[in-house]
Design a binder for this molecule. Structure first.
Ligand SMILES: [Zn+2]
Length: 62
């Protein structure tokens, strides 16, 4: 289980995210149910950046 902090784009709050990779390499982005705004965000668990902040093009769902 990896813990990381990301910034909710809707509220600006820092939110703790978790991802259980099951022993697999970390995916580039993981979906997180945001505790601040109740929406789902795609977050890079290595950097805590949102997908929307890092790239301007859609990526295929994992
Ligand atoms: Zn949010």
């Amino acid at each position: 289980m990896r813990n990381f902090i990301f910034r909710c784009p809707a509220t600006g709050y820092n939110v703790q995210g978790t991802h259980d990779s099951g022993g697999q390499p970390l995916p580039t982005y993981v979906s997180q149910n945001c505790l601040a705004c109740r929406a789902v965000h795609l977050v890079n668990p290595a950097t805590g950046k949102l997908m929307a902040e890092e790239v301007r093009r859609p990526v295929p769902p994992t």
